[in-house]
Design a binder for this molecule. Structure first.
Ligand code: LLP
Length: 440
């Protein structure tokens, strides 16, 4: 099967050198594969900082500095990332004691951590309070009572945002759509539960209600979703001021900005999106007669996705006459479950040479004992792709390392940070000894 493909470099940290070899963040990939082995997660530190600054400068320029950006660390959580985000003057969104612990090891000031999750155990709550986590984002009334009780036992008043479900359809895949009323997250405006939980929070003596939070979904390209979300949330803010006399100090409208995995997707302009949100918010506030609260954003994917690339080595190449061709790599659903889970599109490129015009379409598959262990289908590859050749899967900085598993007792790949043309190990590769460390 031959198709004409012209490679498009989907992010400006990718290029081919004069020999046709792929460079990422200005670095040659073959020596990195030799030094660290494959599969290998690579990160481009300059790109992470560029994305952080797109957000922080938007807060300064469009919200008069009256806001904060929290990196949603579920997208990728390891010490070096928390250090970078801290240096960039951002807060963090954490969802587990594992993320809290990792951030604290990195020296992250936990007063700027926002503790999410729809089901915090008493142990989690105690752990977070003991470590001085600044804010709890509270999902439901039951959790609010538990936090009030534990904060009381510890003699503190806990700062809280309430997670509200604004009833917005984010137009994305079902697994990441969270803004609709029928959701496991938050308290819905439509059902009256959002107002109810606000009244409860105001009545509890160990709760210091700061404001509201929502997150309507992930991988969102439609800017109107944020405008509709802003309107719904600010209307709720105005309602709570009128009905309960509560003046919202902070309003967090979550994360969710989409990123480019394949050439057909756009590259979203973060600053333009936030500028439009700020303009809309200001006019909605004027219309409602309220002042604009301190505004928070919680991006994960759009901070780290295109700063990441995964390197694989080709193993078996299987051509089934009359059927598909399979190119197997030394990773798969254990280091990237996103195609198996969501059918997510990816760009996969040969490292040493561009995809030629005469190519074959193949399925790039992993080495787990499962037919669903596919990284991508219909990938154009050189017809003579062979064992030992390196492949690069692009845009793997978000929800890859953090969603990796040890299925089939495969060790997780190493994570290497690229900075100024140099490579720095951030997380070492899991060895077989690591994998058996907890067996008794
Ligand atoms: N805030 C909250 C409360 C969230 O639940 C999330 C993501 C974010 C912020 C960050 O959203 P982002 O900017 O990254 O879109 N595993 C899925 C993504 C799950 C997103 C979960 N929540 C995937 O691989 O596509």
């Amino acid at each position: 099967m031959a198709t004409k493909i012209i490679e498009i470099m989907i992010c400006d940290n990718l290029e081919r050198d004069t020999d046709g070899a792929l460079l990422f963040a200005g670095c040659s990939l073959e020596p990195l594969a030799k030094k660290y082995g494959t599969p290998l997660y690579l990160y481009d530190e300059a790109k992470i900082r560029e994305k952080c600054r797109a957000y922080t400068s938007s807060i300064a320029d469009f919200f008069g500095g009256q806001g904060r950006v929290m990196y949603a660390s579920k997208a990728a959580s390891f010490k070096r990332l928390y250090e970078i985000v801290c240096e960039e003057g951002m807060g963090i969104d954490v969802v587990s004691i594992g993320e809290i612990y990792t951030a604290s090891l990195a020296g992250f000031p936990l007063s700027l951590a926002y503790f999410h999750s729809n089901n915090k155990t008493d142990y989690d709550i105690e752990y977070a309070i003991d470590r001085g986590v600044g804010y709890f984002v509270v999902d439901n009334a039951e959790e609010l009572y538990a936090i009030n009780r534990i904060a009381g036992e510890k003699g503190i008043k806990q700062k809280v945002l309430l997670r509200i479900t604004p009833g917005i359809d984010p137009h994305t895949y079902a697994a990441v759509a969270t803004g609709k009323v029928d959701s496991k997250f938050g308290s819905a405006i439509e059902t009256g539960q959002a107002e109810e939980i606000t009244s409860i929070a105001l009545a509890l003596s160990n709760i210091d209600l700061y404001g509201f939070h929502c997150h309507v979904g992930s991988q969102i390209f439609d800017g109107d979703v944020y405008l509709a979300t802003s309107r719904a949330m600010l209307t709720f803010v105005a309602d709570m001021e009128r009905k309960l006399g509560f003046v919202t100090r902070e309003l967090d409208i979550g994360g969710g900005l989409g990123v480019r995995y394949i050439a057909e997707q756009p590259e979203l302009d973060i600053r333009a999106t936030l500028k439009a949100v700020s303009k809309a918010m200001m006019s909605i506030c004027t219309e409602l007669g309220i002042s604009l609260p301190f505004i928070c954003f919680e991006p994960g994917r759009s901070i780290v996705a295109d700063s990441g690339l995964t390197l694989y080595t080709v193993g078996t190449v299987k051509r089934i006459p009359g059927y598909k061709s399979y190119v197997s790599v030394d990773g798969g659903m254990a280091d990237n479950p996103r195609f198996a889970l969501y059918g997510s599109p990816y760009t996969i490129l040969p490292v040493s040479r561009p995809v030629p015009n005469e190519n074959m379409l193949c399925s790039v598959v992993g080495r787990c004992c499962e037919s669903g262990d596919i990284l991508q289908e219909n990938v154009p590859m050189p017809e003579d792709v062979k064992r030992g050749e390196l492949l690069a899967c692009l845009t793997t900085g978000a929800y890859h390392y953090s969603m990796a598993s040890n299925y089939n007792r495969l060790g997780k790949p190493a994570v290497v940070m690229l900075r100024d043309g140099e490579d720095h190990l951030a997380v070492r590769r899991e060895s077989v000894e690591d994998l058996t460390r907890l067996d008794v």
